[in-house]
Design a protein. Structure first.
Length: 286
């Protein structure tokens, strides 16, 4: 995979099979984060005798998910903010020391997106007295008296389309920009990074985040619940905050007025209607 060798060079103490330790850590964090969210979703129903839990039961899925994405983004932010201190303290091993933030923060953010595809009562089903939680958690179509059966198929088709398109965008970004860029090597070593002039950047400033947003939209159609819409909005707000106050703040420091002008003309996450043809051409032909 493109950029693999460069990434390995920045992890000098983890050559050969030793690098797998990071994959194991990322996988453990990812699975643990999903389980945490699913358990918190059902926590009030697992402890029905607790009156305080019952009073705020409908908010638990929001609390659990918001906690995970907030912690994940704060950990990624720590990676960016620790750069100067780590470079001064650890020199050539600065990125290696900071890589722990990458392999913990990013999987937590991914787990938030995947969590959106799961039912909020997976571990403990709703009961007849869980009125508000049930209303927020079940598919909206189940709350309607009459709903044509074909709408279910339309919903699932849209879910698959957005999921597949999002995955295509993410893998396209991975193949074009390389695993080293996706693992944020350029943050610590901007002088070694190659200025990306791929056509996708004339359409979107952050194509990878765009792909993740598409996957998150897919989860809305898949679950089709109020919770799934809330999760999407939380993700969108979180990513906007992260990009504005962490990533683009540094990009403006590096590229100055040129990036400011670029930011004014090219959207961050959503393709303009006039660029749709170029967008699909870039994804499937370039």
């Amino acid at each position: 995979m493109r950029g693999t060798e460069k990434l390995r060079n920045k992890l000098p103490d983890y050559q050969g099979r030793k690098i797998r330790v990071f994959l194991v850590i990322a996988l453990i964090v990812f699975i643990t984060s999903i389980l945490f969210q699913l358990i918190v979703d059902s926590l009030p129903r697992l402890f029905r005798n607790s009156e305080p839990l019952q009073m705020i039961a409908p908010f638990f899925p929001i609390i659990g998910s918001t906690s995970i994405i907030s912690i994940g983004l704060l950990i990624v932010r720590k990676f960016w903010r620790s750069k100067d201190d780590y470079l001064a303290k650890f020199g050539e091993k600065a990125y290696q020391k900071g890589f722990k933030f990458v392999v913990t923060g990013i999987p937590m953010v991914f787990s938030f997106i995947v969590h959106g595809f799961f039912s909020s009562d997976l571990f403990s089903p709703y009961r007849i007295d869980d009125t508000f939680s049930y209303t927020l958690g079940v598919p909206i179509s189940e709350l309607l008296v009459i709903i044509p059966s074909y709408l279910l198929y339309i919903r699932l088709i849209l879910a698959v389309l957005f999921l597949v398109l999002g995955l295509i965008v993410v893998f396209k970004a991975l193949s074009v920009f390389g695993i080293d860029n996706m693992a944020l090597v350029y943050v610590y070593y901007p002088e070694e990074s190659i200025l990306q002039n791929h056509e996708i950047y004339s359409i979107l400033r952050h194509p990878t985040y765009h792909g993740l947003i598409l996957i998150s939209i897919g989860s809305i159609f898949f679950r089709f619940s109020v919770y799934s819409i809330i999760f999407f909005l939380i993700f969108l707000i979180g990513i906007n905050i992260h990009v504005k106050f962490v990533e683009e703040k540094e990009l403006i420091q590096r590229f100055g007025e040129n990036y400011e002008k670029y930011r004014e003309t090219v959207p961050a996450f959503f393709v303009k209607l006039k660029d749709f043809k170029k967008y699909f051409s870039t994804l499937f032909y370039n």
